[in-house]
Design a protein around this ligand. Structure first.
Ligand SMILES: Cc1cc2nc3c(=O)[nH]c(=O)nc-3n(C[C@H](O)[C@H](O)[C@H](O)COP(=O)(O)OP(=O)(O)OC[C@H]3O[C@@H](n4cnc5c(N)ncnc54)[C@H](O)[C@@H]3O)c2cc1C
Length: 448
């Protein structure tokens, strides 16, 4: 029967960063998840918050932290340290993250021809963050036959000032489609296929030469070139460096429909960081229940291929992502169930679950559904917040009640800040269980 000082349930941003922090402190960490997480959907950057009237992520976080019941009330103070710590971990794995919490939020082009607001992005998207000058040209360049990136459609939309959300736009926006070597006529060409092709240095050189010639014809003066986010998967840093060197305009990647290549790079870097710290990772097993005594969870259980999977644990971090991640499900009787421990779910009472307008601007009310916690992120009952329901359990990420991670764009910030808070508070707990050889994050002094 496998044992762990800490079991982390969920392999999203919250789960992986919790696991890395705990493993870094010396705990034997076992991560178990039903499947891949939001990392594979998202753009690979860090959204800490986007709120009307807030010019920087930090300003948005400060505003959200004043909202009653918002998880930032508990974890916002840890966010700056968490971001720098994660930035350091990713840099060790070869992935550079640019931008900070006090940098201006900018309108970044999307593959749909709209823009989204961001400040903290992977290096491949860095060139999109500088404000546009009126004399600049934006060339949108995509491979022929690639259905997730249509330069002409993107440009038609980006030429409209309204697409830029009141922020400066380029003086000229031009499309170009290029035939990349060996891709013409390929059916169902995915971003992942092209990213893998770019990992090959020979193909990369040919492709970049073709792109350079096409972009050169449109460039004329200062400008930047937007490319689909396919500049390599395993060898991204080298591909990006080559693209910057060979293309006549400064390139930046534009995130695509899932699976997201920048998201995969982020996931792979975090996974590598966890394995380097001797963490264990098991994907494909749902956790369906727990056995414990008093206010402590002692074993997690779930169905597995041949027989029941049982993991003996000293503590548990629940990072199951709430409704979107599968950590909370709706039942036929209209109630909500937390899928691992059966914790009480805090959801807005009386709100209609099925809104007449799927794009209602305030967002879906159920987005705020989640688990309430105390300041240490131990689960509590919504009506009795003083007594933790489980002493050795911590709740992190989108499972925390009270946030609208889609509307407030705070999901990534909440994920990494709560991971740091949970690992610090569990640090003391697990060290007591495991003995003096464990040098965990109890004091928080390891945060870089
Ligand atoms: C479509 C989508 C778009 C989003 N866009 C944004 C955005 O633009 N900006 C933003 O800030 N946030 C966004 N979010 C929120 C996003 O979830 C968070 O930003 C962040 O990635 C934290 O996720 P997480 O780690 O808490 O959970 P997730 O990434 O959802 O991971 C949950 C994990 O738990 C596992 N799991 C669930 N139940 C069980 C179980 N019973 N047993 C074992 N494993 C289980 C899942 O398999 C998965 O591995 C988006 C979410 C979704 C779904």
């Amino acid at each position: 029967m496998p044992r762990a000082d800490v079991a982390v349930v969920g392999v999203g941003l919250a789960g992986l960063t919790s696991a890395i922090a705990l493993a870094e402190g010396g705990a034997r960490v076992h991560v178990v998840a039903t499947g891949f997480a939001t990392t594979h959907w998202a753009a690979g950057g860090f959204d800490a918050g986007v709120v009307r009237g807030a010019a920087t992520p930090q300003a948005a976080v400060d505003r959200l932290a004043r909202k009653i019941g918002h998880p930032y009330r508990l974890v916002a103070a840890a966010l700056p340290a968490a971001l720098e710590w994660v930035r350091g971990i990713l840099a060790e794995e070869g992935l550079t993250i640019v931008g900070g919490l006090s940098d201006p939020l900018r309108a970044i082009p999307t593959a749909l021809g709209s823009t989204r607001i961001a400040a903290v992005l992977p290096d491949g998207m860095a060139a999109a963050l500088a404000p546009w000058e009126p004399g600049e040209t934006l060339v949108v360049c995509g491979p022929a036959g690639f259905r997730d990136f249509w330069p002409h459609a993107i440009v038609a939309s980006l030429r409209r000032p309204g697409s830029w959300r009141g922020q400066p736009m380029p003086g000229r926006v031009e499309p170009v489609t290029v035939d990349l070597p060996g891709l013409a006529g390929r059916h169902n060409l995915s971003g992942l296929d092209i990213a893998r092709a770019f990992d090959d240095p020979v193909w990369r050189d040919q492709a970049l030469d073709t792109m350079a010639r096409a972009v050169e014809r449109l460039a004329g003066g200062d400008g930047r070139v937007a490319l689909p986010a396919v500049l390599g998967l395993d060898d991204h840093a080298a591909v990006l460096e080559a693209a910057r060197r060979r293309l006549p305009l400064l390139p930046f990647e534009v995130a695509l429909a899932p699976p997201s290549v920048p998201g995969l790079r982020l996931y792979r870097a975090l996974r590598a960081a966890l394995l380097r710290r001797r963490g264990r990772l098991q994907i494909g097993e749902p956790v369906r229940g727990a056995v414990g005594e008093g206010h402590r969870v002692e074993r997690l259980v779930g169905p597995a291929a041949a027989r029941e999977f049982v993991l003996t644990v000293g503590a548990v971090v629940l990072a199951t992502g709430g409704i979107a991640g599968g950590g909370i499900v709706g039942l036929d009787d209209g109630s909500l169930r937390e899928t691992v421990l059966g914790l009480p779910v805090d959801a807005p009472l009386g709100d209609p679950w099925l809104l007449p307008d799927a794009f209602d601007p305030p967002g879906h009310p159920l987005e705020t559904a989640g688990i309430r916690t105390d300041a240490d992120l131990r689960p509590v009952a919504p009506r009795n917040v003083r007594e933790p329901l489980a002493e050795n359990v911590r709740i992190v990420g989108s499972l925390l009640a009270g946030q609208r991670y889609l509307r407030e764009r705070c999901g990534d910030g909440v994920a990494i800040a709560s991971a740091l808070v949970a690992s610090r508070s569990l640090g003391a707990h697990v060290a007591a269980l495991a003995g003096p050889e464990h040098r965990l994050l109890a004091s928080g002094s390891r945060a870089r």
